[in-house]
Design a protein. Sequence first.
Length: 365
Amino acid sequence: MAIPFLSLSDATSELRAELDEALARVLSSGWYIGGPEVEAFESEFATWVGARHCIGVANGLDALTLSLLAHGVQPGDEVLVPSNTFIATWLGASHARATPRPVEPDFATHVVTAESFARALTPATRALLPVHLYGVPADVPALRQLADERGLVLVEDAAQAHGATLGGTRIGGFGTTATWSFYPGKNLGALGDAGAITTDDDEVASWLRRLRNYGSSEKYVHELLGFNSRLDPVQAAVLRVKLRHLDAWNARRQALAQHYLQGLRGVGDLQLPELPPGATSSWHLFVVRTARRDALRAHLDAAGIGTLVHYPIPPHRQQAYAGAHPEPLADTERAAQEVLSLPIGPHLTADHAGQVIDAVRRFFA
Ligand SMILES: *Cc1c(COP(=O)(O)O)cnc(C)c1O
């Protein structure tokens, strides 16, 4: 591929010396679970996000499951989730032994609204689980108002939203509970699996610290049925290095997105990403829509340009959820046929973006 969808080794090469130093520090420390490196990352990430607490866990899925449990979600409760998302959002609810209930996102922005969640409430609804999909912030203040009015739990899936803002406030900085993934391909990615939860709620933070560690706050004393889901010091050390570069990397994503938005305006039937008022995206993904998606994708592939579809099969169409959601979800199924993610990342240049723009324009010419 002349322009791959994403090349993870570029980030490693750029930071190789800093990463070597961080890994050497962990090797000589003698701490291989927990310890100072994990605590330092938790404190640095909480500060960066603007939250009081950060609890490191093993991955983004566990961050979702444990957050719902820490907020008291019970077996049989219903959790409202977007119908278009990575399946982990739904699995977080299912693994908390609750039932994910899909709500279609807004057609233009791809994120759920407080109004659509309000319309979908049933007497069994216990929690709202919006996703800042593709890096586009959902309306956290409106969702929080809905949750407060109805006595519901609010947990945000922020796995794609590191650095996205709403009214100048970073996602994670609204005092709510947000879950993070540091899967290698995310805006902040580890060299393996890693995740975290940020929250301002002292009690939720205390539950989470025990839940991730065998239900224990004192060695060999177990207060609740916990999990083994810990962020390890190797990944914490890597994440501390990358966190120092995240603002610069997000700025490069933003610049590429501006190139795309200018260069692709008014081309064919192409629909460009739209943001809610007052929002900035983390530009985790740059997702366009067209009725000729598969042909465009094949054309770009032939030109050596890598693309992906987020997501080709929505969760309610997966065998894992077979029969669970018979109601039609027309917008979501249409999105699965029409969305296409163009290459975007901190190591793509303006020249690369120009080549992608030219290739897309040639397709529609
Ligand atoms: C990546 C992702 C997750 C899951 O993260 P893992 O670390 O892979 O478990 C959850 N939700 C969304 C929206 C994601 O993109």
